[in-house]
Write a protein that binds this ligand. Structure first.
Ligand SMILES: Nc1ncnc2c1ncn2[C@@H]1O[C@H](COP(=O)(O)OP(=O)(O)O)[C@@H](O)[C@H]1O
Ligand SMILES: [Mg+2]
Length: 511
């Protein structure tokens, strides 16, 4: 009996099956499925999860472009998916801690610190696993935000004896020294059972070519395809499609990505241009946004994309299109020079600003991502506004790492004349750093914000700065600044003059 409908994957599939069986019977753990892009990680874990929907509660989350998603994005998807599967009544019976409600953007409570969030999510998973054992699949961890990996580490550590199985996938070839997640991934690896995926052998390649295009080539051609693709299923499929269209598979230029480039080269110029534009939009993209961004008629875009669907490079899903694989998007995107890409990102942002109804198709962090990559192509006021909105949203969802990133970027995009925005952003950045327990850096930012507000001479701005910074430090200085702000607003100094040393019990703020 075969363990998998996938070609040549019986062994890895049975390893996953054994882990799922153990989870259903006693306890779970962490399994990491690793291999290069296109090798079949998603296909394998999707098949494994699909086979267990009867006895396990399955939640599937995918990372993509950590730059464009909010912190803890994987866990947001997991919790939303669990709640959807369990239904509201069961979900409430699991007694989610207030931190979970706040995390899901529904609670009123104060923002929990990182530990509280980790603990609350982990406890919720444990409670859910008592309703039904859990299988949590986290795809493409190499793209993940760091906060999601931290939470995964915590959850794994604290649920070892529970019936919860975490299955992660990542491109090990990309987590090289210098990758921002390398240290964290190594810590996970030390706790995980590893399932490595290699290329298919000749017989697997022949079977996959046949499954893709209906017939298999002669053994010599199969051997050539195996050699050129390393047996990587994605590239085998691409090469098979080339072969079926009458193209030779023994072209002199070697390299597995070559098959994909050659397929793209075969596309009519207008379709290729459209797909390059779409690659700016992200792994999933919306024809309406593309139309607004490029000024090309929506029908013309949809017609081109529908043709692209026939080439199996993109597919249509409800109201949007999706690249069949990240490699397709990456390859198309990389055909552009940096300036050209920046211009297209700028066009996407201008489209969203011109027609706000389109914004519902994107996360606020995605919009900020476009605004950032647009660089000088976008006017600084718009860029700062959109990037700082992502900072504020991250902050309200307790993603302080994300908040730091966006507020820093927004500060960086401020022109010298944008004093008000810069002061407010530094105050917000300071707050995020305080949550991250980086007090000295926060203090330095507050000092800069106060200094700039004082130099600027706008009493409203100075009031905001003096009131927003922590009130238990540099008390004398704050009193002085508040008195200046008061005089600027009221037209005369406070009477009686505020003492720089308030007497015990008195307030140090203007009243
Ligand atoms: N063992 C396999 N048998 C048949 N098709 C496969 C196999 N592995 C992968 N594929 C196909 O190859 C393509 C790339 O696989 P995917 O799982 O997306 O790769 P990864 O997630 O590792 O980047 C998909 O079209 C998938 O259906
Ligand atoms: Mg994948």
């Amino acid at each position: 009996m075969t363990d998998s409908l996938l070609i040549g994957r019986d062994h890895p599939a049975s390893a996953l099956r054994a882990a799922a069986d153990r989870t259903a019977a006693s306890h779970g753990g962490l399994v990491l499925v690793v291999g290069e892009a296109g090798i079949g990680k998603t296909a394998l874990v999707t098949e494994a999860a699909a086979g267990r929907r009867d006895d396990l509660l399955v939640a599937f989350a995918t990372s993509w472009e950590s730059e464009a998603v909010p912190d803890n994005w994987l866990w947001l998807q997991v919790l939303r998916s669990l709640r959807g599967r369990l239904g509201d009544d069961v979900w409430r019976s699991l007694r989610p801690a207030p931190a979970v409600d706040v995390f899901l953007g529904e609670g009123e409570g104060a923002r929990p610190v990182e530990f509280e969030l980790h603990d609350a999510v982990t406890q919720l998973l444990i409670n859910a696993s008592r309703v039904r054992p859990l299988l949590i699949v986290l795809d493409d961890l190499h793209f993940s935000d760091t906060a999601s990996i931290e939470l995964l580490k915590f959850a794994c550590q604290h649920t070892f004896f529970e019936r919860i199985l975490f299955v992660g996938t990542y491109r090990d070839s990309e987590i090289d020294p210098g990758h921002r997640l390398r240290g964290r991934m190594l810590q996970l690896v030390s706790k995980a059972a590893m399932v490595g995926l290699d290329g298919l052998a000749d017989d697997g390649v022949a079977a996959l070519v046949e499954a893709t295009v209906g017939s298999a080539p002669d053994p010599g051609t199969v051997a050539e395809i195996t050699r050129r693709t390393g047996g990587n299923p994605f590239f085998v499929e691409q090469t098979a499609l080339l072969w079926a269209s009458g193209q030779p598979v023994d072209a002199t230029s070697a390299g597995m990505r070559d098959a994909l480039r050659r397929r793209l080269d075969q596309l009519p110029e207008p379709i290729l241009k459209m797909l390059v534009l779409a690659s700016v939009g992200g792994r999933e993209f919306h024809a309406g946004i593309m139309s607004q961004a490029s000024g090309i008629d929506l029908q013309q875009i949809e017609c081109a994309l529908d043709t692209a669907c026939q080439t199996r490079l993109v597919r249509r899903e409800r109201d949007r299109y999706v690249f069949v694989h990240d490699l397709v998007r990456e390859t198309l995107y990389n055909t552009m020079e940096t300036d050209e890409a920046a211009h297209h990102h700028g066009c996407v942002v201008r489209a969203l600003v011109a027609d706000e109804s389109l914004q519902k198709h994107m996360l606020i962090t995605e919009i900020a991502h476009h605004a950032w990559l647009a660089g000088d192509d976008l006017d600084p006021e718009t860029a700062v506004d959109l990037i700082s909105r992502a900072g504020a949203r991250s902050s309200s969802c307790m993603s302080f790492g994300g908040a730091e990133k966006y507020f820093r970027r927004a500060v960086e995009r401020c022109t010298p004349a944008m004093v008000r925005q810069r002061v407010v952003l530094r105050l917000q950045l300071g707050e995020a750093l305080q949550w991250l327990k980086r007090e000295p850096e926060a203090r330095a930012l507050y000092a800069l914000a106060l200094q700039e507000a004082e130099d600027h001479g706008d009493p409203m701005l100075l009031t905001r700065a003096a009131m927003d910074v922590p009130q238990n430090e540099r008390i004398d200085d704050l009193m002085r600044l508040k008195a200046i702000a008061y005089e600027g607003l009221a037209g005369s100094p406070p009477t009686p003059p505020w003492s720089t040393r308030p007497s015990p019990g008195s307030s140090c703020t203007a009243s």
